[in-house]
Design a protein around this ligand. Structure first.
Ligand SMILES: NC(=O)c1ccc[n+]([C@@H]2O[C@H](COP(=O)([O-])OP(=O)(O)OC[C@H]3O[C@@H](n4cnc5c(N)ncnc54)[C@H](O)[C@@H]3O)[C@@H](O)[C@H]2O)c1
Length: 394
């Protein structure tokens, strides 16, 4: 099977590339280093240095004998996107530069993924809007023109739903009105401009499915935690990009690092904000199971990709407990909320679909958190306290 990973240098993209490569798939990754360049521009620290995508593909090949083909290019440029399907692609690194053929599956991660980034100011808002929507739209048109049978797995976000005062289904809702009924996308109401672009992605994909009979799975993912996967354990240089700052660090990753450097855990406001979370290893499993059971032609299939829910207070208490067992005096601070969001709310999403197609969840146990502490401790001297909280307000 021939699989194309858009955003293959990213936090989720690189582990996904190794995961599929190890399972015998022909993998091509595409990235333009948007994330790394943004980290440099905003001066937010990464926990450890990460070799370039080309270097990582070479290390992977040396250690496993397997090839991950690399394309460095901007997917918001339609010609770059189309070259991946038309056969005119230029590989930046590959053992064999011959076109692999049209991919059976595309995993689409290539977006600006940070809510605070999208609200720094109008400039970053525009970058987020144009980048994310153009990449998705370019993909839809490339599929329309070259390959309507290719299955797309797009990573959406649970943040698209917001925090409605009713149960959240997996993507769709049936509405009855004046004696008639129909099925619609569940109403979306995002809490940031980044999340708004993910709603717009869903609309673009739903349009393309209706018009051109594409097959798309949209995975509404919650914040991911972790830095290690089975495939990266063979060499530290294969570990994925890991941020612990306010812009790109997700909450559990951030809290773990804060605990190590005696920086009180920054709970925003009352801390009742409840979200669904999942382990990095489960992102890979979800992508794999979705790939094995593709959406039908003309189907936009939506799953909620979370394994358990926690409030910010519950996460802080967990990190505090595990940190204390490791000898750290972890404090919790309720700071003024820089975001505009409900700090106490109803939250009851369904998340059964991925389990039904074979995903076996990992949970945030004390052992799993302790493992994250151990890796982060190794790089303690790299941790910069000044990047942890920058105070980007909504
Ligand atoms: N990490 C999470 O907790 C999380 C949660 C929910 C949803 N998601 C979604 O999953 C996807 C991947 O997230 P991530 O955490 O790996 O983010 P990431 O920033 O680490 O990965 C995205 C990758 O895409 C690349 N990219 C962005 N724009 C591009 C372009 N125009 N051309 C080529 N490459 C481009 C970036 O350089 C980066 O390497 C995103 O779409 C994000 O919205 C992530």
């Amino acid at each position: 099977m021939n699989i194309l990973i858009l955003g293959g240098d990213g936090y989720l993209g690189w582990p996904t590339a190794m995961y599929f490569s190890n399972r015998g798939y022909d993998v091509t990754v595409v990235d333009n280093y948007f994330r790394r360049n943004a980290c440099t521009e905003l001066d937010v620290g990464m926990l450890y240095p990460v070799p370039t995508l080309v270097e990582r593909a070479k290390i992977w090949h040396e250690l496993t004998g397997k090839e991950i083909k690399v394309v460095i290019g901007d997917l918001s440029d339609p010609e770059v996107m189309r070259s991946l399907f038309s056969g005119t692609v230029e590989y930046s690194w590959a053992l064999d530069r011959k076109f692999l053929g049209i991919p059976e599956t595309v995993i689409h991660y290539a977006e600006q993924p940070s809510a605070p980034y999208s609200l720094i100011n109008y400039k970053y808002a525009n970058i987020t809007l144009t980048n994310n929507l153009l990449v998705t739209n370019n993909l839809m048109f490339a599929l329309r023109d070259f390959s309507r049978d290719t299955h797309v797995i797009h990573i959406g976000t649970m943040g698209e739903y917001g925090t409605p005062n009713i149960d959240i289904p997996e993507g769709w809702i049936q509405i009855q009105r004046n004696g008639r009924k129909d099925t619609f996308l569940f109403p979306r109401q995002a809490g940031s401009l980044y999340h708004t672009t993910k709603i717009m992605d869903t609309d673009l994909m739903w349009f393309a499915v209706r018009m051109w009979d594409l097959r798309i799975t949209d995975l509404m993912q919650g914040p991911v935690y972790g830095m290690e996967t089975k495939d990266s354990m063979i060499d530290d240089r294969l570990r994925t990009i890991f941020n612990y700052d306010e812009v790109f660090g997700t909450i559990i990753n951030r809290f773990t690092v804060q605990a190590i450097v005696d920086y009180p855990l920054t709970v925003y406001g009352k801390g009742g904000q409840t979200r669904g979370y999942l382990n990095l290893n489960d992102t890979l499993q979800c992508a794999h199971m979705a790939e094995k059971t593709p959406a039908q032609k003309g189907e936009l299939r939506i799953f909620n990709q979370i394994m358990e829910t926690f409030s910010a207070n519950q996460l802080a208490e967990k990190v505090q407990r595990v940190g204390k067992a490791q000898g750290y005096d972890v404090k919790i601070d309720h700071i003024e909320n820089p975001r505009k969001e409900a700090e106490e709310h109803y939250y009851n999403p369904t998340y059964q679909g991925l389990i039904d197609i074979g995903v076996e969840p990992h949970y945030l146990t004390d052992e799993v958190l302790a493992g994250m502490f151990q890796v982060a401790e190794t790089y303690k001297s790299n941790i910069r306290k000044d990047v942890i909280f920058k105070g980007i307000t909504w």
